[in-house]
Design a binder for this molecule. Structure first.
Ligand SMILES: [Zn+2]
Length: 211
C-alpha cells in the first residue's frame, strides 16, 4: 500500500503526539527533531529505501526545503519582521507601473522573496521596485531586538541606487520608505504589499510549510 505524503506526515504527527513531552533547560541547544521521533524517521527512511514512489516523495521534499536548509539560524530568524510598516494587499488597486505606464492592478505585481528579496517586479517591463536599497534602510531602523522602527531608520539611504547623483532627476524615482512611493496624489505601496506576498507568504510561511 502506498501512503500519500500527507498521510505519512499525519502518521508521524499522531505518533509524536503520543510521546511523552520532555522539557529541557532554556539554555540547551536543540539536538534532534521535535516533531519526528527517531523511530518515525527510520520508518520513513526504510520506506524510501524500498519504494521508488516514497523515494521520489522524499527527494521532492528535500529539494523544496533546500532554500531554507541553506540558511543559517540568524538568516532564518531575520526573515521575520515587525509591525513597523503598513501592510497592504495591493501595491495600488487600479494602478499602473511608474516605469512603463502599463496597468498593474490588484495582485499582479510579482514577488520572488528568496531570490529577489525586498523587491517587486512589473509583469510588463520587468522593472524592479522600489529603486532604493530597502533592505539596507530597513536594517538601519532596527531597535535592539531587531525590530524595524521607522523613526530610527537612516533616511539618507532613501535614493534611487541606479541614479545616485542627487542632481539626477531620477534620484528619488521609485523610492519607498515602507509607506510607499509617492508621485503627486499617487502612492505605490511596493513594500507594504511585498511584506504580505513576498516576505510573509513566500519566505516565512513558505518555509514553515516546506520544512
Ligand atoms: Zn512596467
Amino acid at each position: 500500500m502506498q501512503l500519500s505524503p500527507t498521510l505519512i506526515l499525519l502518521t508521524a504527527s499522531v505518533c509524536t503526539a503520543a510521546q511523552p513531552v520532555a522539557t529541557e533547560p532554556a539554555r540547551s541547544t536543540k539536538q534532534s527533531s521535535t516533531l519526528y521521533p527517531p523511530a518515525i524517521v527510520q520508518q520513513l527512511r526504510d520506506n524510501a529505501a524500498r519504494d521508488p514512489w516514497a523515494a521520489g516523495v522524499r527527494d521532492s521534499l528535500v529539494k523544496a526545503a533546500k532554500p531554507w536548509m541553506d540558511k543559517s539560524d540568524d538568516e532564518l530568524w531575520s526573515l521575520m519582521f515587525g509591525p513597523g510598516i503598513t501592510r497592504s494587499w495591493m501595491v495600488w488597486s487600479n494602478g499602473h507601473c511608474p516605469a512603463c505606464g502599463q496597468g498593474v492592478p490588484m495582485y499582479t505585481w510579482k514577488c520572488d522573496a528568496l531570490n529577489k528579496p525586498w523587491k517587486v517586479e512589473c509583469p510588463h517591463c520587468q522593472e524592479f521596485f522600489p529603486k532604493n536599497d530597502f533592505h539596507k534602510f530597513f536594517k538601519s531602523g532596527f531597535d535592539p531586538r531587531g525590530v524595524f522602527v521607522p523613526a530610527k531608520a537612516d533616511r539618507s539611504l532613501l535614493f534611487n541606487t541606479e541614479h545616485p547623483d542627487p542632481a539626477d532627476p531620477k534620484h528619488r524615482f521609485g523610492v519607498d520608505d515602507g509607506e510607499g512611493y509617492v508621485e503627486g496624489d499617487k502612492r505605490w505601496r511596493f513594500m507594504g504589499a511585498y511584506q504580505i506576498y513576498g516576505q510573509w507568504k513566500q519566505a516565512v510561511l513558505g518555509g514553515i510549510r516546506t520544512m
